[in-house]
Design a protein around this ligand. Structure first.
Ligand code: DGJ
Length: 727
């Protein structure tokens, strides 16, 4: 296992537990891609790597008209040497040319996994957990080097990739495109899977067969976005939750990205993921290097479920950092939907008092505590407490909430500025803008220009000032608009297109400082719900507010889709009031609780307005979640019925040791005279005995898996759950 280099045949063979990834240096020193998939112990690479003439090809080597890069599977295509397909890189040289020819130069293998400076990336704690291969390709004419970095995880079927471009010439070059991972496949017999959406409807699963041409998803909004997620998968025809080959591609980045597949004239396909070249360029001075963010590649022969569980394990142990990585997350109540901006200390303490009595562990004060913010029209940037609303300040309020036996958490939106704010009046050029153009507002706010160091420094200071003066144990870091009129007052004309990526580097630097200097604070990222739910943010903040939409029915779709790539421990999931504020739907408190329990559980309503019966249900939900959360958050998830395919949704969580199981079944709309429905469990030990807690009944694993337990749901918006314990 690990990384093997076969000198004689010039083959790189990357092996994880169950997979092989093979490259070969071919004629004229091009680096070709040979294979990625289920492990092959002794590959005959000549058989795997074909060469054939296709009409109208250009020959990479004038001596041999059958040899064209348009046919050969490439590892990092430049598009300029007889390969007419989408390139991974585009470089503008000082003489105006773009022709780039990257040929194999050398390689290095090291134990462990180096970090990527200034960027989020997966990590290992012990060098023995991974090996890293660095292959250098070189354009000897233009003196530009490209270093392809591959890390192979020992215990997981994961390969991570990233790319560094080094300008070794005496001239400047401009990078116009740098993709982080390209994988060529010999056929197009796959379905393209992505997670598109919108605000309040994030990460719905779409699956379509590949067809000729390019199918892609991207963000041009300055954030990974609600509209698309930096994730795609290629699934073998017929692959389902448990069976079939699935290839997952994920980008560890929070800004503009592109991910797609090109199917060419002879039905080969080229998958890619990386920085979006839209509004991107990077001027590299002589001697400078550019580091592209990381791409995560996961292969599973066990369908989507297998792929997801690999992503979940990777992100829980090798992406999320800090003390909360391994700690059960607290049950919280957030006042946003309970009060919106209309609160004072008394109201907050009333809700917090109720919450404490019900067993809730953390109170989160949302938007509206600072400046003159009684609506969304002002004060972003003015991070000082509004003492008219909170006379004892944040410190005083935190103390009172702590006295109830609860932790205290606070909302910020540090990357934004309201035109009606002291900060904007003092620094009107600190926002992203183009001189002379209208500064388009969105939710009455502008985006601060985090490509400028002084702006980053201001944010670190403003947030730290509050965090350091009160006992704040949780922060919700929000971001509520996308970028328009891209421009920075801090950059020269030829670097204006660097702003969106420089913004992300600035944000990552701010987060590293704020989060790093507050190791005991649990950070949750948010962007109007799940508008920046990406692996980049998870490197800094272990959980994300999954969606502003808390309607239980819509949440089935959102949470099911999100779980394709993200672990349950990263998903904030709350019970809110009915009629639901986003969807207008009325669902039972039981169903709302059961859906929210399949995530980081909490409440988002005015608890003082609940009836005695409702409070009793909530009290029980909290006791139930405290029993479940360790293994819901850290165990294995199995999706059993998809809300994208019908009226029923089901999923199950099993602790890593196999002793504890929680399964939930949801019926969206009532069915009259329905057929018999059963919850068929999976991944149990066939001959072990499991007790269904609360029912006092015991069954063998094989019966639970093959016959299952009868589902008894009657009416619209119903749910049923089972808690099993292995005896
Ligand atoms: C958007 C978030 O998603 C909500 O949860 C809430 O925090 C509001 N912002 C506050 O303005």
């Amino acid at each position: 296992m690990g990384i093997i280099f076969e000198q004689e045949n010039q083959i790189f063979h990357l092996q994880t537990k169950n997979t092989s990834y093979i490259m070969k240096v071919v004629k004229n020193k091009y680096l070709s891609h040979v294979y990625w998939g289920r492990k092959i112990l002794t590959p005959d690479v000549e058989n795997a790597q074909l060469n054939r003439f296709i009409g109208f090809s250009a020959a990479a080597d004038n001596e041999d008209q059958t040899y064209s890069l348009d046919f050969v599977c490439q590892e990092y295509p430049t598009g300029c040497s007889t390969d007419f397909r989408i390139p991974a890189i585009s470089v503008l040289f000082e003489d105006g040319s773009r022709n780039t020819q990257l040929l194999y130069k050398d390689f290095q293998i090291i134990a462990g996994k180096p970090g990527l400076e200034g960027l989020p990336a997966t990590y290992v704690e012990k060098d023995s957990d991974a090996d890293t291969l660095m292959i250098t390709l070189e354009d000897s004419l233009q003196k530009v080097k490209v270093i392809l970095m591959y890390t192979v995880f020992r215990e997981l079927d994961v390969i991570t990739r990233s790319v560094q471009v080094v300008n070794e010439s005496n001239a400047r070059v401009v990078l116009e495109k740098v993709i982080s991972a390209n994988v060529d496949f010999e056929t197009a017999d796959y379905d393209f899977v992505s997670l598109p959406g919108a605000w309040g409807r994030e990460r719905h699963i779409e699956r379509t067969p590949l067809r000729s041409g390019v199918q892609s998803v991207e963000s041009r909004r300055g954030a990974s976005s609600h509209q698309n997620n930096p994730f795609i998968a290629l699934a073998e025809k017929g692959a389902d939750e448990a069976r079939g080959s699935v290839y997952g591609f994920h980008f560890v980045y929070s800004g503009n990205f592109t991910a797609g597949v090109e199917v060419d004239q002879i039905f080969k396909s080229r998958a890619y993921i990386g920085l979006n070249d839209y509004d991107f360029s990077w001027l590299l001075e002589s001697g400078e290097a550019f580091q592209a963010p990381e791409a995560v590649l996961v292969y599973s022969a066990e369908g989507f479920g297998g792929m997801s569980r690999i992503f979940h394990d990777l992100y829980r142990k090798h992406l999320v950092r800090g003390k909360f990585r391994d700690e059960p997350r607290p049950i919280l109540v957030n006042n946003w939907e309970g009060t919106y901006f209309d609160f004072n200390e008394e109201k907050i303490l009333d809700i917090a008092g109720e919450a404490a009595g019900l067993g809730i562990e953390l109170f989160v004060l949302d938007d509206g505590w600072f400046g003159k913010r009684n609506s969304d029209t002002c004060s972003l940037g003015d991070w000082y407490v509004n003492t008219e609303k909170l006379p004892a300040g944040i410190g005083g309020l935190a103390e009172k909430i702590n006295a109830y036996g609860m932790k205290f958490g606070l909302w910020f939106e540090p990357e934004m500025v309201s035109p009606d704010s002291d900060l904007y009046r003092e620094h009107p050029d600190w926002c992203i803008h183009v001189p002379g153009r209208m500064r388009t507002e969105c939710r009455n706010q502008l985006v601060l220009d985090l490509s400028r160091q002084e702006v980053c420094d201001y944010i670190v200071k403003a947030v730290s000032n509050i965090l350091d003066t009160a006992n704040i144990e949780y922060v919700k870091w929000d971001m509520n608009r996308h970028m328009t009129e891209l421009g920075s007052a801090g950059l020269p004309a030829q670097r204006q297109k660097e702003m969106p990526h420089r913004y992300m580097l600035g944000l990552y630097q701010v987060l590293e400082q704020v989060v790093g200097s507050h190791p005991n604070v649990l950070f949750e990222s948010c962007s109007g719900g799940g508008g920046r739910f990406d692996p980049g943010m998870l490197y800094y903040m272990p959980q994300t507010w999954t969606s502003d939409d808390t309607d239980a029915v819509e949440r089935l779709l959102i949470q099911y889709g999100t779980s394709l790539a993200y672990p349950i421990s990263t998903m904030g999931s709350h019970v809110s009031a009915v009629p639901n504020h986003q969807a207008g739907r009325v669902t039972s408190l039981k169903m709302r609780g059961d859906v929210a329990m399949s995530g980081n559980f909490g409440y988002e309503l005015d608890l003082t307005k609940l009836s005695v019966e409702e409070k009793e249900i909530i009290r029980k939900q909290i006791v139930q979640y405290k029993d479940l959360r360790t293994f819901i958050q850290s165990g294995d998830m199995y999706r059993l019925a998809s809300p994208f395919e019908g009226n029923h949704t089901a999923w199950m969580f099993r602790s890593k040791d196999g002793n504890n199981v929680f399964a939930a079944y949801f019926q969206t709309l009532s069915e009259v005279n329905p057929g018999i429905r059963r919850m068929k469990f999976t991944a149990l030990e066939p001959d072990a005995v499991y007790e269904v807690l609360g029912e006092g009944k015991q069954y063998h694993g094989d019966e639970l898996m093959e016959i299952g337990l009868v589902v008894d749901c009657y009416g619209d918006f119903q749910s049923q759950t089972w808690r099993l314990k292995k005896r």
